[in-house]
Design a protein around this ligand. Structure first.
Ligand SMILES: [Ca+2]
Length: 302
C-alpha cells in the first residue's frame, strides 16, 4: 500500500510549468512586496531571513554513523509494504556521514523573506499563513528554489556564523534532505517507530487535527536530536524520488521520468498515527501544492 500516491496531477505539465516559473525576478525588492515579512518574531532573526536565533541558525548536527532504516511489520504492525527494506530483510543498516538538518520545518515567515528578496512567483496561499507556522502550499520546485537561494545567501552574507561558513566553504550545501537523512534525523539509530518511542503521543506532535501549529510547539526530550515536528504538522519534501528500497544514494535518479513522484516524510496535522511514523513514505507529485505539504532543509556534505 502506497500512502498519498493519489496526490498525482498531470505531472509532466506541472514540472515544465514550475521550472519555467522558478526563475527569480530580481527587480522586485520592495519592502512592501510581502506585508509583514520583516517583523520581529521571538526566537527568530529578522536580520537573518527569519531563521532561528541559534548558534547555527537552526541547523542541528546529526553525527556520522549507521542507523536502522525501513520497517519490520512483525515488530510494527502499522508498517506499509513500501517500507520493507528488501525481499530478504525487513530493515537495513545505512551509514551516513555527518550532516546538519533544520530543527524546525521552514516557516511562513522564512518563505515571505525569500519571496520578498527574490520576487519568486509562489502561490499566494504559501504566504498567507501565520508567520511561525510551517510553510504549506509549497511544491517540490518551490522547496528546492528556497534551499538554493539560502545556500547562495549563507555563502556570502556577513551574518552567517563562522561554523556554517566553514561547512559551506568545504563543499557542503544547503538543500533538501535525502530520504535516508530525513529518517535518521527522525528516529535516530535504533529503529524506533516514532521519534520519541513506540506509541503515538498527542503531546509530542500535531496530527489527527484540523490545522498546523507553530513550529517549536512540542518539547520532545526523548527525540534523538531535539528536532521538532518530524512527526506531523506538515509532510516534508525530500530530494529522493519515490522508488523501491533499498535506498541507494549513488543511484537516486535511476528510473526518473515525467510521471515520477518525490518522497515526502513525516505525515501532517490531518493524518492518523500510522502516517506520522518515522519510516512512513509518502509519494507526492512535484507540482502538488497542498495545505499539508511543506519542507525542512539540510546542510549536506559533498
Ligand atoms: Ca513535519
Amino acid at each position: 500500500m502506497v500512502p498519498l500516491v493519489a496526490l498525482g496531477l498531470t505531472s509532466a505539465v506541472w514540472i515544465a510549468l514550475n521550472f519555467a516559473r522558478s526563475l527569480p525576478l530580481t527587480d522586485k525588492t520592495s519592502d512592501d512586496l510581502i506585508p509583514g515579512s520583516a517583523v520581529e518574531i521571538t526566537g527568530f532573526r529578522v536580520d537573518a531571513w527569519q531563521l532561528p536565533d541559534d548558534p547555527l541558525l537552526g541547523f542541528v548536527e546529526i553525527p556520522a554513523g549507521p542507523f536502522l532504516m525501513g520497517s519490520d511489520s512483525s515488530v510494527d504492525p502499522m508498517a506499509f509494504d513500501i517500507e520493507r527494506w528488501s525481499s530478504a530483510a525487513a530493515q537495513g543498516v545505512v551509514e551516513l556521514p555527518t550532516y546538519y538538518i533544520g530543527r524546525f520545518e521552514v516557516t511562513v515567515a522564512q518563505i515571505r523573506s525569500f519571496v520578498q528578496t527574490t520576487g519568486y512567483p509562489i502561490e499566494a496561499q504559501a504566504l498567507s499563513g501565520a508567520a511561525t507556522h510551517p510553510a504549506a502550499f509549497i511544491s517540490w520546485p518551490d522547496a528546492l528554489a528556497y534551499s538554493r537561494w539560502l545556500d547562495r545567501l549563507l555563502r556570502t552574507s556577513p551574518v552567517t556564523p563562522r561554523a556554517l561558513s566553514a561547512l559551506l566553504n568545504s563543499g557542503s550545501r544547503v538543500t533538501l534532505p535525502t530520504e535516508a537523512q530525513w529518517e535518521k534525523a527522525s528516529r535516530g539509530e535504533d529503529g524506533r517507530i516514532y521519534p520519541w518511542g513506540t506509541e503515538p503521543r498527542p503531546d509530542r506532535a500535531t496530527y489527527q487535527t484540523i490545522s498546523t501549529t507553530p513550529v517549536g510547539s512540542h518539547q520532545c526530550p526523548e527525540c534523538p536530536f531535539g528536532l521538532d515536528d518530524m512527526a506531523g504538522n506538515v509532510w516534508e519534501w525530500t530530494i529522493s524520488p519515490y522508488q523501491p528500497y533499498p535506498f541507494d544514494p549513488d543511484n537516486d535518479s535511476a528510473g526518473l521520468g515525467n510521471e515520477s513522484l518525490w518522497v515526502m516524510r513525516g505525515g501532517s496535522f490531518r493524518d492518523p498515527p500510522n502516517f506520522i511514523r518515522a519510516a512512513t513514505r509518502g509519494g507526492g507529485d512535484p507540482g502538488a501544492r497542498r495545505a499539508f505539504i511543506g519542507f525542512r532543509i539540510v546542510i549536506s556534505p559533498p
